[in-house]
Design a protein around this ligand. Structure first.
Ligand SMILES: [Zn+2]
Length: 123
């Protein structure tokens, strides 16, 4: 099995609903997103997927969140903008955008800080 990963980042504000603690108040994060795709077969070039293609697809998704207030941005106007839900949303969008019979999405990791991350995968 081959895997490739890329990292991108965005900045956004949020506050958590149905939560008592510091994160119920409006605040921001410099989020880091790591997306990993996997597959058993390489293409004719010897690549699983061009890193730049994966980067561009992730950038398309996170550009919708960059410098936004997530609670007022789809889908987080309804879904709580936790790192878990952000990771799941990016995973599902990537699946629609690039998954095919040779390529699967392994996981998406969203760091809220340098020390805290949430991971979403389907296995
Ligand atoms: Zn937060």
């Amino acid at each position: 099995m081959f895997e490739i990963s890329i990292r991108e980042s965005f900045s956004a504000a949020h506050n958590l609903r149905n939560y008592k603690g510091r994160c119920e108040h409006l605040h921001g994060h410099n989020y880091t997103v790591e997306a990993t795709v996997c597959g058993k077969m390489l293409d004719k070039t010897g690549m699983l997927l061009d890193f730049s293609v994966l980067k561009d697809e992730v950038k398309k998704i996170i550009s919708e969140f960059d410098h936004k207030y997530l609670n007022e941005t789809k889908p987080f106007s309804k879904t709580n903008p936790t790192a878990e839900n952000i990771a799941k949303y990016i995973y599902n969008r990537l699946k629609l955008q690039i998954a095919n019979n040779r390529l699967q999405i392994s996981e998406v990791i969203v760091w809220e800080t340098e020390r805290n991350f949430s991971k979403y995968y389907e296995r």
